[in-house]
Design a protein around this ligand. Structure first.
Ligand code: UP5
Ligand code: MG
Length: 190
């Protein structure tokens, strides 16, 4: 198989922390391609794939879809795109996601953006998003928060120990958050 050398940045943070919003800004300014694992899974449901019902049920429960499903979608999206710089948004969500992605693709992240935000603020944002997402109801939101704390935060801690995490205060207004994001992506003289 032809291996193209790609750069990957993982964009992590709780539900509603602003991952998708900030990725759109990063794409515009820094030429990355945005791959939201959640968007890819939702597209898979819509496409009527054999996994669709399973994925839909897991998203409704705030659970993490099996790695092989998500990794296949991410790999396909990277192969179909000629860009060599990708923002992977909302993945990896647990240790198993992380280890499987690294072993299947051989890719480790350049760094990890971590959008840090309080649950109160994230809940407010999700409840007022109004984009018809089936997981934006208070019951599912609580489940998503629990899974984030129990399964996803440990992944951020893992990368933190490796010096890879760039933590951003994501509770501020969108423009201020992006100023902090820009600083992370802008090379500094040394
Ligand atoms: N908003 C954004 N920034 C703001 C700011 N600074 N101030 C005020 N408002 C702000 O933003 C959310 C809302 O807040 C928007 O209305 C926005 O305008 C506003 P958004 O940018 O959409 O936040 P984001 O972090 O992307 O929130 P999202 O809900 O997408 O995060 P999740 O991590 O919950 O959702 P995701 O789509 O990644 O995953 C959904 C589900 O898919 C998971 O729960 C899981 O079941 C499944 N999944 C997997 O199983 N595996 C995966 O690898 C990925 C997903
Ligand atoms: Mg999102």
């Amino acid at each position: 198989l032809t291996e193209k050398k790609v750069k990957v940045v993982f964009v992590l943070g709780g539900p509603g922390s602003g991952k998708g919003t900030q990725c759109a800004n990063i794409v515009e300014h820094f030429g990355y391609t945005h791959l939201s694992a959640g968007d890819l899974l939702r597209a898979e449901i819509k496409s009527g794939s054999e996994n669709g019902t399973m994925i839909q049920n897991m998203i409704k429960e705030g659970k993490i879809v099996p790695s092989e499903v998500t990794i296949k979608l991410l790999q396909r999206a990277m192969q179909e795109n000629s860009n060599d710089k990708f923002l992977i948004d909302g993945f990896p969500r647990n240790e198993e996601n992380r280890a499987a992605f690294e072993s299947v693709t051989g890719i480790g992240p350049e760094f990890v953006l971590f959008f840090d935000c309080s649950e109160e603020e994230m809940e407010r944002r999700l409840l007022s998003r109004n984009q018809g997402r089936e997981d934006d109801n208070i019951d599912t939101i609580r489940k998503r928060f629990k899974v984030f704390l129990e399964s996803s935060l440990p992944v951020i801690e893992y990368y933190s120990l490796n010096g890879k995490v760039r933590k951003i205060d994501a509770a501020k207004p969108v423009g201020e958050v992006f100023e902090a994001v820009k600083a992370v992506f802008t090379p500094t003289e040394s």
